[in-house]
Design a protein around this ligand. Structure first.
Ligand SMILES: CC(=O)[C@@H](O)[C@H](O)COP(=O)(O)O
Ligand SMILES: NCC(=O)COP(=O)(O)O
Length: 238
């Protein structure tokens, strides 16, 4: 079974668009868990355009499943994660002005930095994952910085899959997953996964532990309803 962690950034975007508390992020997270999701993911960005730092503190009080906080480990983010102590922190090398995450770590170039920051989180009992492209070199580099897991950055998979190139789409991810297994890393995945592509991804990646899904899941919920959509994902991830 692969765990589903629902990324609730988009619910915060909707809430912030009117300045009030609709939809209520806290209640939404509780509901998503009650629908069967095995985790809640948030990705606070420095400008707090969707998830606010205060949301992370508030969610910590209610999330009963796995709480995953993603982000670029700038000092403010590191302090927040150490305060919240989520189940997992996923490090993403986001540029400050990025619309969304658009690259994995260069685990060789940033080795010393990653070693330090990962050690900081692990010494506080927080599981670590780092966002990487499906490249053998980057996965081997991830093992060298001491992370528990990697998160395979699946945007390219999603693009190729949507064009009907299933085997081209999955091949680099399959190979990266084999390397990850060989070097003892757990495997997560995320970015642009959706109801159409997630089953194929899961069936072709050995030991896929967790996917975090936000944008598509919330968009699909507009038509199909949140509870229904969470269950459709759970069915595909069995
Ligand atoms: C790390 C990642 O893959 C991103 O998809 C991210 O978590 C989503 O962030 P935004 O909601 O800000 O696009
Ligand atoms: N780590 C990926 C994530 O949390 C959600 O990405 P997306 O589904 O919003 O593209």
């Amino acid at each position: 079974m692969t765990k589903l962690s629902v990324n609730i950034n988009k619910l915060a975007t909707l809430r912030n668009s009117r300045g009030g508390n609709v939809p209520d992020l806290i209640q939404s997270a509780k509901d998503i868990e009650s629908f069967g999701a095995q985790g809640i993911t948030i990705h606070p960005r420095p400008d707090e355009r969707h998830i606010r730092y205060q949301d992370a503190l508030d969610l910590k009080q209610v999330v009963q499943t796995e709480f995953n906080i993603e982000g670029n480990p700038i000092p403010k983010f590191v302090d927040l994660v150490l305060q919240v102590k989520p189940t997992q922190v996923t490090l993403v090398p986001d540029a400050e002005d990025a619309i969304t995450s658009n690259a994995g770590w260069d685990t060789l170039k940033h080795k010393d930095f990653l070693v330090d920051v990962i050690e900081t989180f692990k010494s506080e009992g927080i599981r670590t994952s780092i966002f990487v492209d499906p490249s053998q070199e980057m996965v081997e580099g991830a093992a060298m910085v001491g992370t528990d897991r990697i998160e395979l950055y699946t945007e390219n998979f999603a693009k190729e899959f949507a064009q009907g190139n299933q085997s081209n789409a999955i091949q680099p991810y399959f190979e990266a997953a084999l390397v990850a297994q060989k070097v003892g890393l757990g495997i997560n995945a995320g970015h642009d996964l959706n109801l159409d592509n997630v089953k194929f991804f899961k069936e072709n990646i050995p030991n896929l532990l967790e996917v975090s899904i936000g944008h598509a899941l919330i968009c699909e919920s507009i038509y199909l309803g949140l509870e229904n959509v969470v269950n459709m994902y759970l069915h595909r991830l069995k």
